[in-house]
Design a protein around this ligand. Structure first.
Ligand code: TYD
Length: 137
């Protein structure tokens, strides 16, 4: 089934407030709808940079700006939207089959990704025209 950008929503993670700092957490299948198989994070991104686009055939993920801010552009082949992530308790759910680009990283920002699958090069669609063809299958 092809996903829509309208299914890519921000969820607010649990947050424990403390004078000595806040704490957020994620638990498999409790506050997110899948079991996490992999966590990766992107850091040391030069301020103002963009990272190239791709889609995944099967993988879904949550993207969190654990530090700093950046924008995620989402495209399901028909509709597009841009989401700004700038708080560590906001997690953007990117469904499978969505073309995404990450843009405008602030200096020192960290993008953490909670993924439903292990790394698999074959799950990537790196070419936008192939992505559009994929959404029309
Ligand atoms: P990629 O997913 O293309 O990142 P972006 O689209 O944000 O630029 O990954 C960049 C490189 O890192 C690519 O060579 C694959 C490698 N990689 C892994 O080896 N394991 C991983 O879990 C991820 C996410 C990437």
């Amino acid at each position: 089934m092809i996903s829509s950008i309208f299914q890519c929503n921000i969820i607010e993670l649990s947050k424990i407030n403390d004078r000595a700092g806040n704490l957020s957490f994620v638990e498999n299948s409790k506050n997110i709808p899948f079991d996490i198989k992999r966590v990766y994070y992107i850091y040391d991104v030069p301020g103002g940079s963009d990272r190239g686009g791709h889609a995944h055939k099967n993988l879904e993920q949550f993207v969190i700006a654990v530090s700093g801010a950046f924008e995620v552009s989402l495209d399901d082949g028909t509709n597009k939207k841009i989401v700004r992530l700038d708080r560590p308790f906001m997690a953007l759910h990117i469904q499978k089959g969505i073309w995404r680009e990450t843009r405008n990283f602030t200096s020192g920002s960290v993008c953490m990704v909670l993924a439903s699958e292990e790394y698999d090069e074959k799950d990537y669609i790196d070419d936008y025209n192939k992505f559009v063809a994929f959404t029309q299958k």
